[in-house]
Design a binder for this molecule. Sequence first.
Ligand code: NDP
Length: 288
Amino acid sequence: PKTPVTLLGLGAMGTALARTWLAAGHPLTVWNRTAARAGALTADGATAATTAAEAVAASPLVIVCLLDDASVEAALDATDLTGKDVVNLTTTTPAQARARAAWAEARGARYLDGGIMAVPPMIGVPEAGGYVFYSGARDLFDAHAATLAVPAATRYVGTDPGHAALHDVALLSAMYGMFAGAAHAFALIRKEDIDPATLAPLLTEWLTAMAAPHLTQTADQLNSGDYTTNVVSNLGMQTAGTPTFLATAADQGVSPELLTPYFALMRRRLTEGDPSEDLTGVVDLLLR
Ligand code: NDP
């Protein structure tokens, strides 16, 4: 028999998660603040609880996927968590996840936090490549590994309940940096007779080629403490090149505001450091 699952939260993500457990044959109890959102799921076999307390009481495994940490507290506050396995897939900060873990454990629960690296259409579609970071109670993760793997692949990143959220935010932060660079690139060609549709695959190919060597080298240098490079483009050379980027932006009538903060950090590191370093020193400048 499949583990009974309780799911609190039937927004876009919660509903997508719910469908996969139903399809996999797990007895599913759902609760949502706005009760009407449970209608389609109950028609497909889910049980709708009228209160969060009733939903929590129905299953040993309680999955929470609500808007934010405040809504998690609001939903769980009047429930009995004694002996429950609580898996919180709500996006929060690492600090909020750690505090929520302590809060749940003080109420007698085991707690696992999750960061969903997927959008709802990727849930239940393994080939879409989405997955969920998990951190916190290892025994909970192991006990429910198969059930947790139903909506998306799982990646356990340690016992610190804040580390799933931290991985989630780290990956998304890097993504926004990449999106910022792409926005600048598209702006550069916008007034020219260049089709953005021809630039897009070139950007994809270039960013893909640059990503792995850069990221691996950065990690290796952070680990070794030796930031010098004799192989690739050093900081002196790269900083000397920045006026070309800024002049091109000016010529094309494009604001440099997405590039200048990074260039400023490169220059500062060059002033304070060693021109034969690569870009890794920027990481240290960000730490305070
Ligand atoms: P939605 O906005 O679609 O749904 C929000 C859910 O939270 C609803 O069930 C809503 O209930 C409930 N809610 C909001 N405030 C409260 C409250 N005070 N008390 C009780 N319930 C409350 O969000 P999603 O389903 O898309 O997202 C849920 C979580 O998943 C978020 O943390 C989000 O960051 C994360 N996530 C979402 C992704 C996405 O692409 N959608 C991707 C990755 C993570 P009601 O129906 O009553 O309003």
